[in-house]
Design a protein around this ligand. Structure first.
Ligand code: UD1
Length: 369
């Protein structure tokens, strides 16, 4: 008997996680028939459409177009739209698969579980133990209701076991985002991004910033903008600017100043391949992203994370990533140190091998087919 399953993606860090799962489902003949719901949490071409193009996501896609808003408003819209979608289907699906830790992940997991539909969570068990982060709340809620907890790094197993989760719900599958990275790296390298950006390989810092804790406070954002200018005095800085950050920089009158600063290359958010290529040949990456900590670890590129904690501690133990907390001075010192002594290539991590999507399908076939 054919069984339908619904995959959910909504924001930029979701697309490279659903793509390999859809592809693996296509490659394996099974009775699981996937459809993809794009919630529309991210909607600009450069935050969404370019990922569909480059990652070859061509599953039948339903778009819910929920857009931006406060957490309450956005989560509410996500839930009512996704519920209406599920109830409008000829039959309820066998399962709903959500990825990551964005509002779309949590909202759709809640809706499915309340309709009695089984939920699988890809990237389960990650914990920053910092409940001021919206993503931490999303992780805790999603893991609490998901039936299948699909874990990407060893700390995820430890956290779930510590929380008393029944082991039958937990499966170590590895990191599906690394499946996309491995698949797309040759195409990313062929773009010769350093050349396109007008910089020399290994002679630039790549900066990204978007976390509310870094960009929503004017004082903090101003201090980080100063840090960017300071780094640019010793090495070129490439800074693709997230829309949230762009709005805040413009409000503070800092966008024009940064754009005019010598050695700073501001640009719009890059496509998946372009960003991967830019990361691959960077001397150092300075970021507050979650996924970039993992991607740099796989690439063996130095990463300096502008946060006090990480839900991805393997990136620290592997030696590629360092946390510098709130201190701009510590960030500055870490950048200088990494320019002199870059990270050594990390040792292979169990399940970060390009086959995580297939292990996910193995679990789904066992439990849902
Ligand atoms: C969201 C995720 C975050 C993830 C990040 C990656 C949550 C709570 N946060 O944060 O975990 O790391 O995505 O990018 O789910 N905007 C646009 N165009 C877009 C999307 C957003 O201009 O296509 C602007 C809007 O002004 C919006 C703001 O960015 O209000 C924030 O977008 P939102 O999705 O709420 O959160 P992110 O900061 O992107």
């Amino acid at each position: 008997m054919m069984r339908s399953i619904v995959l959910v993606a909504g924001a930029r860090p979701n697309f490279m996680k659903v793509a390999p799962i859809l592809r693996a489902l296509r490659e394996r003949s099974s009775n699981l028939v996937p459809s993809l719901v794009h919630t529309g949490q991210h909607y600009d071409f450069e935050m969404s459409g370019v990922f569909f193009e480059q990652l070859g996501i061509d599953a039948p896609t339903v778009s819910l177009q929920v857009g931006s808003g406060s957490h309450g408003a956005q989560t509410g819209r996500l839930m009512s739209s996704f519920e209406a979608h599920l109830l409008g289907l000829p039959d309820l699906p066998r399962g709903v698969l959500v990825v990551g830790d964005v509002n779309s992940t949590m909202a759709c997991a809640l809706v499915a579980t309340k309709l009695g539909i089984a939920v699988a969570h890809v990237e389960a068990g990650l914990r920053s133990c910092d409940r001021t982060m919206p993503e931490e709340i999303n992780r805790l809620v999603t893991d609490a209701v998901a039936d299948l907890l699909l874990v990407s790094e060893p700390s995820g197993l430890d956290n779930l076991v510590r929380e008393g989760v029944d082991p039958s719900r937990i499966h170590y599958v590895g990191n599906v985002m690394i499946d996309s990275l491995i698949d797309q790296l040759p195409a990313a390298r062929a773009l010769e991004m350093a050349k396109q950006l007008g910089v020399r390989p290994r002679e630039y810092a790549l900066v990204t910033l978007h976390r509310p804790s870094n960009v929503d406070s004017p004082e903090r954002l101003a201090a980080l903008a100063e840090l960017v200018e300071r780094i640019a005095k010793i090495t070129t800085v490439v800074f693709p600017v997230h829309p949230r950050t762009r709005h805040k920089l413009e409000e503070l009158g800092l966008a024009a100043r940064l754009a005019a600063a010598p050695g700073v290359r501001l640009c719009a958010p890059l496509g998946y391949r372009e960003f991967l290529g830019a990361m691959d040949t960077a001397r150092v990456v300075v970021t507050d992203s979650g996924g970039i900590q993992e991607e740099t670890t796989h690439l063996g590129v130095s990463c300096i994370t502008l946060r006090s904690n990480t839900e991805r501690p393997i990136t620290i133990t592997q030696g590629t990533n360092v946390l510098v907390g709130d201190s701009v001075e510590d960030a500055w010192n870490a950048v200088q140190a990494r320019l002199v002594n870059p990270a050594l290539p990390a040792a292979p991590i169990d399940g970060w091998d390009g086959r995580a999507a297939h292990r996910i399908i193995d679990v789904l076939l066992d439990r849902w087919s």
